[in-house]
Write a protein that binds this ligand. Structure first.
Ligand code: SF4
Length: 623
């Protein structure tokens, strides 16, 4: 039972403790900056006035197809409260009202004083942050004339668009614009899930951060995942808390003692950014002490001997000063992870995406999952389950018209190796965003400085701050100064905005009704449209409508639903047989019950899961 489990003493030095409390203090200060908004909202919420309840989708993760459905409480036209919509089946459970902290605090960023509220053009030097207000018409006409000029003078590849991460379906509309315009240079900062997904997929053929049932695990290793504040849609804290209540053991590897770590059996306070060193040392112990799964390794691992040879140098003694974790503790950790079965490792952005060597860290971590025999077993890292949908839609797959991109466009990518390698992954394995040519935003900016392979001329950034999401911010600022023309569409001001020639204010997703989403669970499928909960702040407009308006002004209206978002929504709904009008008449969404029993789950599907890998086996070694 949970009460009987013994908590291991924490090896937290005084210095580390002071550091972590300082960080908590900083976090409190940031939150305090919005305190007046919270008080104001609470006063309105407590005013006794009846709230209007408007169902829509959470804004915390950008892709609506993955979002959680919410109910917005609106008083006097102001958003005062957000709760989960129990009818939708968030996290696969109908009746659930769970949401992440990110969702609940959306009111703070909805009314942030940093919101951009009208179009502007730069009047000062680049980076100076001096702007004057202009009309939408002037802003759009300027952008159109610069895009036309760049295409004619330098070729369509000279236009590069930057986003934070590929978020379907919004970014599929943007990608569609670039395909018609003729540029392959759609680029990402890749700060959420993409790098982690890719590293895992290239090593074990798939990316899994969860078992099929948390309570079927014997050991959960939460490694770099901010699971208490995000990811409700992926099972998030609820599944982990249920598992803990059922006596499942948990180890939490994160620099700070976050709430889940305080409930774990063991917290391993690791020095930030050193996860790869720890993973290599764990591999070292598991291999040196022969704790790996011999049968799995001999049948399904390619290059295991080379891996063993390689990790010989990464002893626990080597990793201890790097990670701040004592060598003996690393040995114990490795033994526990290798011998407690089934074990699942839940990784997060903190380990695979938002650090210098996240790709290598993720590769080493999934190799631990693999050689300990925990891939695609009940309670281990599950290979996925395709639950048939009762309401087929295209809400996740807006057609990007890739066939309209000129054949030679791949040769003009600013980050060619990245995109070419991704194209080799089969569609059922690679994430949907990777099915089109992609660049990396830092390579776009680097090309501005080096002129290699050529000089980008027009840049745009949408919902991304390239000076805070990418490495080398000072160098990137210099690069932005060199762009012939740079326009930004965002909800908030950021350091990168100061370098823009034109700034467009984006409305929040609570201020528009331009997409829809579904929730598919064991009971059935639910589809709901995004309903506008509050009016757009100032002159802000929807990111979706921006692309349609721009396309019309460029003469592409035939490929952009005649500039009408409703037509785009109709296309997404078309396979479902539900009309847009029907969906709008059911603002709380439409649920279709499952009529057939679900197919049974299958495990140990190694031939299928590893099929896309070069040897049909786990890549312990890359030639
Ligand atoms: S997982 Fe959290 S942030 Fe993402 S959509 Fe759900 S509640 Fe919002």
């Amino acid at each position: 039972m949970k009460e009987e489990r013994k908590r291991k003493p924490l090896s937290l030095s005084r210095r580390a403790f002071l550091k972590s409390t300082a960080a908590l203090g900083a976090a409190a200060t940031v939150a305090g900056g919005h305190g007046h908004l919270l008080r104001q909202d609470r006063a309105l919420a407590d005013s006794g006035k009846e709230a209007q309840i408007i169902p829509t989708w959470c804004h915390g993760c950008a892709a609506s197809a993955l979002n959680c459905a919410v109910l917005c409480h609106v008083v006097d036209g102001k958003l005062v409260r957000i709760e989960g919509n129990p009818e939708a089946g968030n996290r696969g459970v109908r009746g659930s009202t769970s949401l992440c902290a990110k969702a609940h605090t959306a009111i703070q960023y909805e009314y942030s004083p940093n919101r951009l509220t009208y179009p502007m053009k730069r009047t000062g030097e680049k980076g100076e942050g001096k702007f004057t207000r202009i009309s939408w018409e002037e802003a759009m006409e300027t952008i159109v004339s610069k895009l036309k000029e760049a295409k004619e003078k330098y070729g369509p590849e000279s236009y590069c668009h930057m986003v934070s991460e590929f978020y379907p379906p919004r970014d599929q509309v943007a990608r569609r614009f670039l395909n018609i315009y003729g540029s392959p240079n759609y680029s990402e900062c890749a700060l959420c899930h993409g790098p982690r997904y890719l590293a895992a997929t290239c090593t074990i053929g798939f990316c899994s951060e969860a078992p099929d049932d948390w309570s079927a695990s014997k050991l959960i290793v939460n490694w770099g995942s901010n699971c208490e504040n995000s990811g409700v849609n992926q099972g998030g804290p609820n599944g982990l808390l249920d598992a803990l209540a059922n006596g499942v053991k948990m180890i939490d590897i994160r620099p700070m003692m976050d709430p889940m770590a305080s409930k774990a059996d063991e917290w391993v306070p690791i020095r930030p950014g050193t996860d790869c060193a720890l993973a290599l040392a764990i591999l070292n112990v598991i291999i040196v002490e022969n704790l790996y799964d011999f049968e799995f390794v001999s049948e399904w691992c390619h290059g295991f001997d080379k891996l063993a040879e390689h990790v010989e140098q990464y002893s626990p003694e080597w990793a201890a000063p790097i990670t701040g974790i004592e060598a003996e503790r690393i040995v114990q950790l490795a033994r526990t992870m290798a011998t407690t079965k089934p074990m699942v490792i839940k990784t997060g952005n903190g380990v695979g995406d938002q650090q210098n060597d996240g790709t290598s860290a993720m590769m080493a971590i999934v190799l631990i999952e693999a050689i300990t025999g925990n891939l695609d077993v009940p309670g281990g890292n599950f290979g996925g389950y395709n639950m048939p949908t009762m309401i087929p839609t295209r809400s996740f797959f807006v057609e990007t018209l890739l066939d309209r991109l000129p054949e030679d466009a791949y040769d003009k990518l600013l980050a060619p190796s990245y995109a070419r390698d991704l194209q080799k992954l089969p569609n059922n394995v690679s994430p949907v965003g990777f099915h089109t040519p992609q660049s990396a935003s830092y390579k776009v900016l680097k090309a501005l400085l080096t002129g290699k392979p050529y000089v980008p001329r027009v840049l745009s950034a949408q919902q991304t701050s390239v000076l805070s999401q990418l490495r080398n911010p000072e160098q990137n600022a210099e690069a932005l100064k060199k762009a012939d023309f740079f326009f930004v569409m965002d909800q908030y001001g950021s350091p990168a905005v100061d370098y823009a020639d034109i700034v467009l204010p984006a409305c929040s997703l609570y201020e528009q009704s331009h997409n829809l989403g579904t929730k598919n669970g064991p009971d059935g499928t639910w589809v709901g449209i995004r309903n506008k909960a509050v009016e757009p702040l100032g002159e802000s407009r929807s990111d979706w409508q921006f692309w349609l308006d721009l396309a019309v002004m460029m003469g592409y209206e035939e490929d952009f639903w005649g500039g009408e978002m409703d037509n785009c929504l109709r296309e997404q709904l078309e396979p479902s047989g539900i009309s847009l009008e029907e969906l709008r008449e059911s603002p709380r969404g439409i649920f279709v019950e499952r009529t057939e029993p679900l197919p049974p789950k299958e495990y140990r599907r190694y031939a299928q899961l590893f099929a896309a890998l070069p040897h049909g086996k786990v890549q312990c070694y890359n030639e």
